[in-house]
Design a protein around this ligand. Structure first.
Ligand SMILES: [Cu+2]
Length: 170
């Protein structure tokens, strides 16, 4: 996914650079303005962009790795999760496979993104950590191992270092 995003970004940047170069190169030419032709060009470009954008958006967004939240009943392990610049505090950090864990996520300062990653660094669940508000995120872990919580929303200088770990035991 990162690779595709990188290639698409490079393609779009190069395309814009070429557009700017062409416009700059033609900027000294004084030509009669044909409003109708310009309107046609704008319309065609708009249609091309929409035609490219819809499949691209579908292709890149259809397969987001967010798991479906667990809405089944039964006992839950409640965990208080607090984000603050720049750390996560969890009231528990070991769970068992198959038990439903309910993260009650909030923030002590600014908005953070609470993202749970599995051992291969794929997002398994996520929610927002907001000040003065508690978001509830339920998830049933099916695979044992170490999980990492990372911040998904830029929250300041050490945002990238804002992580915590917990373990799911067999
Ligand atoms: Cu952050």
């Amino acid at each position: 996914m990162q690779d595709i995003a990188w290639k698409v970004s490079i393609f779009q940047i190069l395309f814009m650079v070429i557009v700017f170069i062409v416009i700059y190169a033609k900027s000294h030419i004084v030509a009669p303005v044909d409003g109708l032709a310009q309107e046609k060009t704008r319309r065609s470009l708009f249609i091309v962009l929409i035609a490219m954008g819809i499949p691209l958006a579908f292709h890149t967004l259809a397969d987001l790795p967010y798991a479906v939240p667990d809405r089944t009943g039964g006992p839950v392990q409640v965990v208080e999760a607090v984000g603050r610049q720049w750390e996560w505090t969890l009231s528990r950090n070991t769970f068992r496979v198959g038990e439903t864990v309910e993260f009650r996520v909030t923030s002590a300062d600014v908005n953070h993104g609470f993202g749970i990653y599995d051992g291969s660094m794929r997002v398994v669940a996520q929610t927002q950590a907001m000040p003065d508000y508690v978001n509830t995120l339920r998830h049933k872990f099916q695979t044992p191992g170490k999980y990492t919580i990372l911040c998904l929303e830029y929250c300041g200088l050490a945002h990238h270092a804002m992580s915590a770990e917990f373990e799911v035991r067999p």
